[in-house]
Design a protein around this ligand. Sequence first.
Ligand SMILES: [Zn+2]
Ligand SMILES: [Zn+2]
Ligand SMILES: [Zn+2]
Ligand SMILES: [Zn+2]
Length: 466
Amino acid sequence: MYERGDVIMRSKPFAFIIITKYREEVCEACWEKIGDGKEKCQGCGYVYFCSKKCQESVIEKHNPECKVLQNCDEKKLRKVPEQLRLVLRIWLIKQNSDENELSESYNGYTRTYEEMMDHAEDLKGNSLKYVDSHYSLFKDVFTGVDLPDIEEFISIYGKIITNSFSLRTDRLINPEAFGTGVYLMPSIIDHSCTPNCTVVFRGTELLIVATQTVPDGKIQEVAKISYVNIMEDTAWRQLQQRAIWYFECDCDLCKNKSLDEEKHSLACEHCSKPVPVNIQALQKPGNCRACKKPVTSQHFIKYKNLHESVLKLNSRVENLIKKHGENGVTGEVCAEESISYNETAEWCVGEMEDVFSLRDITYIQLLHYVFTVCCTNERWSAGVVYGERALSSLEFYYGEKAGLLASLNMRLGICHGELGNTEMSSLYLDKADDIYRLVPGEKHPFYSQDFQTIYNAYEKCDQDSN
Ligand SMILES: [Zn+2]
Ligand SMILES: [Zn+2]
Ligand SMILES: [Zn+2]
Ligand SMILES: [Zn+2]
């Protein structure tokens, strides 16, 4: 049996790539932020390290890829989808490794590369055209080397889609994913929308950590992590699960759809209780269930229009990514676009108050986003307003002890601390401490260094003002 905070599994990356945007910022060997000791591979000029030592530590592993990259047309290479670079890496690893290196063991369990699911048949059935075009691109970019045939390509490609993790730093620096990685051992852990474990990074290692009691039993049967955002409604979660992992989840949250009702709901204009809206049909709901008074057309139209505005706002970001490519959303275009996106998002959030119920996930997600933008821009008072408005709803959907709540509480503690509200600041920082102390845990550098520094800084304010 495992208790909250226990490490269930540790795993080293089998293969990974750092996305182009972070290529010069994140070390290829240790994933630390690259500082003064920056080293560029002199062979391919394409990968970067934080030090000579790091470069030397992976030189043998990098060599086969280095030779291929040296032969590539730089322009083509810059545009190639990140996934295809990962396919190449895995292919080269397979070519240059013995059997031992193609498997990983932990605590009596073993997982081999071959055992990882690839859903090749499904891919051929549903997305053959797409995969075919990627294969052509792959052969066009990476030349002068033996490449996998289409069957092998689909298998590697499928294993990546099915088993990869977004790589995030284990520290406070940047919450955005900087790459994609495939880990062998953790691929035995299945999904649940009510998971009892979570993923924690420690350097390049991936840890599966219990967030609740995990009962005794075979690890693949008792431990679960979530592959999707558990706040999304069941229809959306299942759509993603089917499209990417080809499975039908039958967890409690998927079977009992009662939570879904209020995930799209307006605030009753009389009593402000949530009134569910059927988001597919987008028809005006009848009377409020609580006060029995009718929802007026005017109120519903406000909800509908704002809902559309937010969808448009989100699809604008998606289009931007499509237009510039995930690697290309940099420079001025992005800065300008993101400022106008943030302004519009904040405007929407203002308009949504009193129209959207605090159980409406579109509203809560946008509130949460605007909150983080305020924190980044040091707009502390606004941060407090948005953060506190989102807090109880996020607790309701994710549970009070979720990692997301720890970071929300920590930031609310910072906002209040900056405003001189010392009591509120320590209240939130203590709540964050309660969560972080167990996951990622006291020994994790995020806790012992980053979080403790923040915690002490505001505790010190507390003493200074007394
Ligand atoms: Zn390094
Ligand atoms: Zn190189
Ligand atoms: Zn489920
Ligand atoms: Zn009402």
